[in-house]
Design a protein around this ligand. Structure first.
Ligand SMILES: Cc1ncc(COP(=O)(O)O)c(C=O)c1O
Length: 405
């Protein structure tokens, strides 16, 4: 009796404190300002309801077909296949361009690992090319050097170029495409972060032989998770759909002559995507307004620098990014800004760590010039959701300004 009373005395405080910790964590999550969150509307719900009402709860269906058509219309690419992720889209794009074990594929070094992991899935070798100062994307001169040297060393051309438009900023498309054309190497445009961005009025994702988008939950529009491959080549897009549905041959029974994948987007996710596409231009407008706000508030601080938008480029400003140069900021660092905002329960993140610095790609050939390493050392992504209120933006900007006061 006495023993059990003692036991309960020990248990109660622990369970109470656990519950208190849970409540605290929950409130932290609820009040937290995240970097980039989904922004849903009524149409997404309506389309999903229609799919439930008609029982199209599967990886085929009318919403999936409609989403593909509407995405192609938006991007200006004649054909598109909706897939389970942007990474899956890159994987299929590499297969379609003929990449095989032992091949080399050039990829922007300054990117997220989803851009280049599919190269490794195929047993090919990534060759990383560093960024230019202006756009932070692939440097065309370095690309040319890389191709020439790979041809000298390997006796064959790299099989494809994955050109990334990071944070929504168009790469130097004209020059990169000119180098690719000179060596007749196909370009896969990784526009995962750049849906809605354009270069001289043409949407990103439509310059390369194939383009890909991501609809991950953190992107400018989302299907909760998903991606797409677009192209002018109808045969390639059909091939992507075929490979994404386990490469099933046209036969009454299940027959397969090739290895396939389960990479199709579900009809339910496509419903969300259809609703999101309707407001994509509004979302681009809002993301750009976030960027303009931060820039107007913070640009005057010593050592702070925002990326500019070159003539002819239109960025969706998916994430607002900023550089903090400790040599001119009076010693204030990117890390201090991160810690100070974290103290207010506000999420920020360093810029992507370049792929040539990643342990998993240690030893991969890389052509570097120091640009992406500096961007990684100094750069920060600020909260950029389209649901951010003016009050929240003020809190973030004021917290940063306080560090300089
Ligand atoms: C530049 C870039 N490429 C590829 C991907 C992969 O997309 P997903 O997450 O849909 O697989 C992402 C994002 O997640 C990305 O930011």
């Amino acid at each position: 009796m006495y023993a059990s009373a003692e036991l309960s005395i020990q248990i109660i405080p622990i369970s109470v404190s656990l519950r208190a910790a849970d409540v605290f964590l929950e409130s932290m999550k609820k009040d937290r300002i995240w970097l980039s969150v989904p922004h849903m509307g009524d149409m997404e719900r309506k389309f999903v309801q229609e799919a439930f009402d008609t029982n199209w709860v599967s990886p085929v269906g009318p919403a999936l077909d409609a989403f593909e058509t509407e995405l192609a219309q938006y991007s200006g690419a004649p054909y598109g296949a909706a897939l389970s992720s942007g990474t899956a889209a890159i994987h299929l794009a590499l297969i379609i361009t003929g990449v095989q074990r032992g091949d080399e594929v050039i990829c922007s070094s300054f990117t997220f690992s989803g851009s280049c992991n599919p190269i490794a899935y195929l047993g090919a070798t990534p060759v990383f090319v560093d960024s230019e100062e202006m756009t932070w994307n692939m440097d065309a001169q370095l690309l040319r050097v890389a191709i020439r040297e790979r041809m000298d060393k390997k006796g064959k051309k790299p099989k494809a170029i994955i050109l990334v438009h990071l944070y929504g900023m168009p790469a130097n498309v004209d020059e990169i495409m000119a180098v690719a054309a000179e060596f007749e190497i196909p370009v896969i445009e990784d526009a995962a972060e750049a849906l809605g961005s354009s270069f001289h009025g043409k949407k990103l994702g439509t310059f390369g032989d194939l383009g890909i988008y991501s609809f991950n939950g953190n992107k400018i529009i989302t299907t909760s998770g998903g991606g797409a491959l677009v192209s002018e080549n109808e045969g390639w897009v059909k091939k992507a759909r075929f490979l994404a549905t386990q490469a099933r041959d046209p036969a009454p029974h299940y027959q397969h002559s090739e290895i396939g994948y389960n990479y199709r987007l579900s009809n339910i996710c496509a419903c969300i995507g259809r609703g999101q596409l309707l407001v994509l231009d509004q979302r681009v407008h809002q993301r750009r307004a976030n960027f303009d706000f931060y820039k107007a508030q913070l640009e005057g601080l010593p050592g702070i620098c925002f990326p500019s938008e070159p003539e002819g480029s239109f960025s969706n400003r998916w994430l607002t990014t900023v550089l903090v140069d400790p040599d001119t900021s009076g010693g204030i660092t990117r890390q201090q800004i991160m810690e100070s905002l974290e103290g207010l329960n506000i999420e920020t993140r360093p810029l992507w760590k370049p792929m040539h610095m990643q342990p998993v790609f240690d030893g991969a050939p890389s052509y570097t010039n120091g640009v992406s390493e500096r961007l990684f050392a100094q750069g920060l992504c600020l909260p950029s959701s389209t649901i951010l209120s003016r009050v929240e933006l003020d809190i973030i900007a004021n917290a940063i300004k306080t560090l300089w006061s």
